[in-house]
Design a protein around this ligand. Structure first.
Ligand code: GLY
Ligand code: MN
Ligand code: MN
Length: 494
């Protein structure tokens, strides 16, 4: 069986050896129990209901043995069963809570190319699920039940707009199906993290923090952005056992730090970093599917100019104002507005803006400096599910709020990013200046000084607790003084 599966004293773990985190399979049994409880509490759940979840498929590039990517499990299936392998189906009987796993019966050749094929028995040991069968036994299993209604996943992701993948099992339509129940209930469950999930998230955030610090010591004028990316990736994998990152690394320097999704195939972190430039590095490791999403902004040469310091502190003040206020019962929309207010106040102090901050807020000026939302849920998806669900506030329509990935009231057990930013994006600034209701707020001469500055984002990963919140990415140098001292310590040790 896969070597990262480990069973000792009757307990199964996902584990990458060395000092890496052991993820107990109890994480998934607890998830299943919570989900089953919710479904039992829903009057629309039939008495003969079985949760039906299809795992991800491994798709090869056409006509080669090369996969598109190292396989990543479909997150709803992963959340429920903890099985990171492709081509499986899982069931959970709602009445009893019993899980059933259906796994591929691997062909003989599997052993030649992929190593000894895992048998159903091996899955039992590795994942702590007693009822494991082969996929070709699924139909007979269901036919033996006196009656069954399959609860299938059907919903639209409120960030991507994409619908959950269509089930490919070709016998599905022989059975009674109910597809309007599971998505809502499982998504609600995923918003609140259990104690085992919290420990994985704490671990992957800590690995990412150390990797960011490694990069801060590595960076200097003359190195390429992708070399910083490479330093991060290497640290996370070599020291943290994180084979994946949670999203394409964003390693913008200078003007590139204002490009929100920089690092994509058309702009692959391929600029040489110059003296005097700011870096905005947004990178997060992934362990056992769980994500970190952390951004650090600092000058490449380790010493802030006065203008860099001013913009950095505007964002830091916004971040800290939110973190100080963050606790159960707060509205996420109110937190976003708080960050906007603090940032606009600081931009006025710097002299870029003039006029009443209240009027700037009414005119939605904040959206021209921070076009994205304050943050998002994070978990098995980096932009985790559940932002907009029935029974919770809908997506606001105002320009400065419409990019928010949730408008929910904060609850204990939610895990979020707080990531205010301030960017000098020419298209947005030009738009604001050409609008007479907005242009009155600008001191154009001072603004001109910041054209080409790039941007600053400070992004932390935060658990909502009973009383407030806990920053899992707290072990980073964050103030100007801390950053300068930390970056200088590299010079001293060189
Ligand atoms: N790294 C993507 C984000 O910050 O949401
Ligand atoms: Mn984020
Ligand atoms: Mn990010």
């Amino acid at each position: 069986m896969a070597t990262n599966m480990f069973r000792a004293n009757g307990k199964s773990f996902y584990w990458m050896g060395n000092e890496t985190h052991k993820v107990p399979m109890a994480l998934y049994s607890e998830n299943r129990q919570r989900l089953v409880q919710r479904l039992k509490g829903n009057l629309r759940t039939p008495a003969d209901a079985y949760i039906f979840l299809e795992g991800g498929k491994n798709v090869s590039l056409y006509d080669t043995d090369v996969d598109y990517n190292v396989f990543r499990q479909e997150p709803y299936f992963m959340w429920t069963f903890g099985v990171p392998l492709p081509d499986c189906i899982g069931l959970v009987e709602v009445a009893s809570g019993n899980p059933y796993l259906f796994v591929p019966r691997y062909p003989e050749e599997y052993g030649i190319w992929m190593g000894s094929p895992p048998k159903a028995e091996d899955f039992k040991d590795a994942f702590g699920i007693d009822n494991v069968y082969y996929m070709d036994e699924l139909e007979a299993f269901l036919d033996k039940l006196p009656s069954v209604t399959l609860l299938t996943l059907n919903g639209k992701n409120s960030d991507s707009g994409l619908t959950t993948p269509k089930i490919t099992w070709d016998k599905l339509l022989r059975y009674k199906i109910k597809d309007d129940l599971l998505y809502y209930e499982i998504t609600q469950c995923r918003v609140i993290k259990n104690k085992y999930e919290i420990e994985v998230l704490r671990y992957v955030a800590a690995v990412s923090v150390e990797a960011h610090k490694r990069v801060m010591h590595y960076v200097k004028p003359g190195v390429y952005e992708y070399q910083c990316e490479s330093e991060f990736l290497n640290y996370c994998y070599q020291n943290g056992g994180c084979r994946h990152v949670s999203y394409t690394c964003i390693c913008g320097s200078g003007h590139n730090s204002s490009i929100l999704h920089y690092g994509h195939e058309g702009a692959p972190n391929n600029k040489a970093i110059e003296n005097g430039e700011m870096c905005l590095f947004d990178m997060g490791a992934n362990y056992c599917g769980y994500a970190a999403d952390i951004t650090c902004s600092y000058p490449a040469n380790g010493k802030f100019t006065e203008d860099q310091k001013a913009i950095y502190n505007a964002v830091l003040d916004a971040s800290r104002a939110v973190i100080n206020a963050l606790k159960p019962g707060q509205s996420w929309v109110a937190m976003h507005k708080l960050a906007n207010r603090v940032m606009l106040t600081k931009l006025k102090e710097i002299g870029i803006l003039v006029g009443e901050v209240e009027h700037m807020l009414q005119a939605e000026l904040a959206a021209f400096f921070q076009p994205h939302g304050l943050g998002h849920f994070i978990g098995l998806d980096v932009h985790d599910v559940g932002g907009y669900l029935t029974g919770h506030p809908p997506r606001p329509t105002e320009r400065s709020l419409k990019s928010l990935r949730t408008a929910r009231t904060i609850e204990k057990g939610m895990y979020v990013t707080v990531e205010p930013g301030c960017y000098f994006i020419d298209t947005l600034l030009d738009e604001a200046l050409s609008n007479e209701k907005l242009s009155v707020f600008f001191n154009k001469e001072v603004l001109q000084r910041f054209r080409g500055f790039g941007g600053v984002r400070i992004e932390d990963d935060i658990l909502i607790t009973e009383e407030g919140c806990e920053i899992f990415s707290c072990n980073l140098p964050r103030t100007v003084a801390e950053i300068e001292a930390f970056m200088k310590s590299k010079l001293a040790s060189n």
